[in-house]
Design a protein around this ligand. Structure first.
Ligand code: ZLV
Ligand code: CA
Ligand code: ZN
Length: 394
């Protein structure tokens, strides 16, 4: 099957915690943790659970989280309640100082990127615990691929929340992998730049970070990050790779950059493990992103990284048109296993969410969306990145 060109199956483990599905960012918020439950229900209905081991694991501990995060920030996450925040006073001020509850637009106090949600600490410990357990499963050598669709929170910083992310499970997982593997490559196909992960390893010679992301008038979130010229610092020079893209990017243009760049990354950096953030907001029709990828185009990137047969950690991330995201992560789970699955969505509890796409997994991308990426821009971008990577090969 095309999922498995080398004919070899992979040993896959999968983390899912139903405690995450009920987390509520607020009714006007675009982040809907239930999409992970939707993906899980689809995965189950396609019978894919039988092809993977289910990781049953305890949530991350305070010490797990404080291995990267500032203790004052971890203490805030561990103690904040929506009630204490609403009461004002010290709790609210402390929360705001760590970017929790801070309106993203001062003129619109409802637009809070990182709300003081109920069950915040439990939520963080569960999604971070999943990514840590997945990393440990790969490090121990018992699995080839590990999956945590509730992880991938790439914006969280050492001492503050950012972009819907509180704890950076990716940084924690990479640190865990570094105990077993000499070099780790991080590749991020979320529509936003993976700033929190890049910053954490910008000086590191052992971690290469690669992000493909949308760039519009220089003000797409996270503002000012992910420029082609940002290549890493000191020991980390040429080990940060940034691929800015304009709105309307299609499958062909995206893969035309992804394939040669990641091929070169693997050739010159020779990583012993891969961490891939599979944010679904790079899909066509996303509520925040303006790229035009199909599920097949998104998953083709996952299939390519899988083909290197290097231990692979697959994580979620953004994704705001939740039926698209759930369908995508279900399909990518099938790719990880090496199984082709039917386009007809089986009857299951979230059926009605897929009516608009005719109950098909592979929904149709926008046909009349203008692609602002010129061939000239894509060639320039590719050549600049490949030239930088060549300097590592020497
Ligand atoms: O997908 O939209 O642009 C991983 C991830 O990468 C901003 N925040 C802030 C900084 C100043 N702006 C405010 C613009 C708000 C536009 C309205 C929203 C409505 C409700 C809740 C949040 C948003 C929102 N916030 C849309 N875009 C933002 C970004 C953060 C994007 C995070 C992407 C996270 C999970
Ligand atoms: Ca990205
Ligand atoms: Zn995103």
């Amino acid at each position: 099957s095309p999922s498995c060109p080398d004919g070899r199956k992979r040993r896959v483990c999968y983390y899912y915690d139903r405690g995450i599905a009920g987390v509520d960012y607020g009714e006007d918020h675009v982040m809907v943790p239930r999409r992970v439950d939707m993906a899980h229900a689809l995965i189950r209905s396609y019978g894919l659970l039988g092809d993977m081991s289910r990781l049953r694991t305890r949530p991350a501990t305070y010490d797990d989280i404080a291995a990267f995060h500032d203790r004052g920030y971890a203490d805030l996450l561990g103690s904040l309640t929506p009630e204490a925040f609403a009461a004002g006073g010290e709790a609210e001020l402390t929360a705001r100082s760590f970017n929790v509850g801070e309106p993203s637009k001062k003129e619109d106090p409802r637009s809070v990127d990182n709300p003081p949600i109920a069950g915040l600490w439990d939520y963080c410990c569960r999604y971070a615990g999943g990514s840590l357990a997945a990393a440990r499963a790969l490090a121990a050598g018992g699995y080839d691929i590990a999956i945590n669709w509730s992880g991938g929170m790439h914006h969280a910083c050492r001492d503050k929340a950012s972009g819907f992310c509180y704890v950076n499970d990716i940084v924690l997982a990479i640190r865990e992998l570094l105990a077993a593997f000499a070099r780790v490559v991080y590749v991020d196909i979320d529509v936003h730049h993976g700033d929190g992960v890049e910053t954490a390893f910008v000086h590191s010679g052992r971690v290469m970070t690669v992000s493909f992301h949308q760039r519009t008038n220089n003000d797409f979130f996270p503002k000012g990050r992910g420029n082609l010229a940002d290549v890493g610092v000191g020991e980390g020079v040429y080990r940060a790779v940034n691929v800015p893209l304009y709105a309307g990017m299609d499958d062909e243009g995206y893969y035309g950059l992804f394939q040669p760049i990641m091929e070169k990354v693997m050739e010159v950096f020779k990583p012993e493990a891969i961490v891939m953030q599979c944010g679904g907001d790079s899909l066509s029709g996303d509520r925040l992103g303006r790229l035009n990828l199909s599920i097949a185009g998104h998953a083709r990137c996952v299939r390519f990284m899988r083909s290197f047969d290097v231990p692979l950690l697959l994580l979620g991330g953004g994704g705001y048109t939740i039926n698209h995201v759930a369908a995508c992560w279900c399909y990518e789970t099938a790719v990880a296993i090496g199984k082709e699955i039917d386009d007809d969505i089986p009857q299951h509890c979230y059926d009605s969410y897929y009516q608009s796409q005719g109950y098909k997994l592979h929904y149709t991308v926008k046909k009349n969306l203008k692609n602002d990426n010129t061939n000239h821009h894509m060639t320039q971008t590719k050549n600049t990145v490949l030239r930088n990577l060549d300097k590592l090969a020497a």
